[in-house]
Design a protein around this ligand. Sequence first.
Ligand SMILES: Cc1cc2nc3c(=O)[nH]c(=O)nc-3n(C[C@H](O)[C@H](O)[C@H](O)COP(=O)(O)OP(=O)(O)OC[C@H]3O[C@@H](n4cnc5c(N)ncnc54)[C@H](O)[C@@H]3O)c2cc1C
Length: 316
Amino acid sequence: MKVTEHLAAAKDTLFSIEVLPPQKGKTIDDLLRVIEPLMEFKPPFIDVTYHREEIIYKKRSDGLIEEVSLRKRPGTVGICAAIRGRFNVDTVPHLVCGGFSPEETEDALLTLHYLGINNVLLLQGDSDPTKKPNDNKREHRFASHLVEQVALMNKGRFLHEETENELKTNFCIGVAGYPEKHFEAPNLNSDLKWLKQKVDKGAEYIVTQMFFNNSKYFEFVEKCKQAGINVPIIPGIKPLASRTQLNNLPKIFHIDIPDGLVSEVEKCSDDKAVKRVGIEWAIAQSKELKKAGVPCLHYYTMSRSEATIEIAKAVF
Ligand SMILES: Cc1cc2nc3c(=O)[nH]c(=O)nc-3n(C[C@H](O)[C@H](O)[C@H](O)COP(=O)(O)OP(=O)(O)OC[C@H]3O[C@@H](n4cnc5c(N)ncnc54)[C@H](O)[C@@H]3O)c2cc1C
């Protein structure tokens, strides 16, 4: 089923999770073990992130340095199929612009279609810190370009073809939204303008970046409505897990941590205590969001289940 069909059929707030593909060289077993106990809370869909390749420099036996393009967490499409096969749950592969030509994206979408996976979350993708200015591989620049491509495939229109094909894909398209604005956007209004463009081009729902202050989400939803964005907006929740995240999360994700949470963490003597605080905070956030009638609570598990299990037990 499509994510939007799950949302439409739901009588109450749904529970869903995001997981990461294992690092190359690790088996899928640990990931399946993470998901297994979370199935008790009946997620109708599970998101699997996509990770672009990175450039690494390797010393060859002749002493010269070789540039190698390496994907550290490959396998998103296969993992989606494996999770679905194992748990009989819908999966949502993330697809990114960075590192893929539109033709490669088309092939990946066809593979998903043949596998019967008809949900995708379309993203620009994290930037590659190693990318060089002369790296001129053709790729989509913004998520809206990916949305456009998938929406056309849903009408049977493939790249470099003028006519409609017999094969029409049937993807439900999700995109990302940022209650505290995307870090590159000059301001929230500008970010909302481009978010609306993604919706106008075919996105059917939005999943938000993590936030720790629910009022940011509520204000965002209100501003989206004012901007004419009327698709479901699924809040993304991440429980704080260590003291270092107080500084790392704002640095990486460009979000604020509210005073109340900072002062609770500062009272903690170790990370075990911080985890407890993070779980309690996420439970309080989730309960308030659920009471407000959000369509689904989407948890960023970072491929660990303990905290999400505790939160789900308290909330669902
Ligand atoms: C729910 C969620 C899941 C994610 N999953 C992944 C993942 O699996 N893999 C991964 O690598 N990253 C992932 N990310 C991170 C994401 O790729 C980054 O945040 C990225 O920097 C932005 O992606 P986007 O799709 O929101 O970008 P876009 O919607 O393309 O927007 C990027 C920026 O460009 C601006 N913009 C958009 N269109 C235009 C335009 N036409 N002209 C000018 N400016 C424009 C926007 O305002 C914004 O500032 C995820 C993020 C979220 C919130």
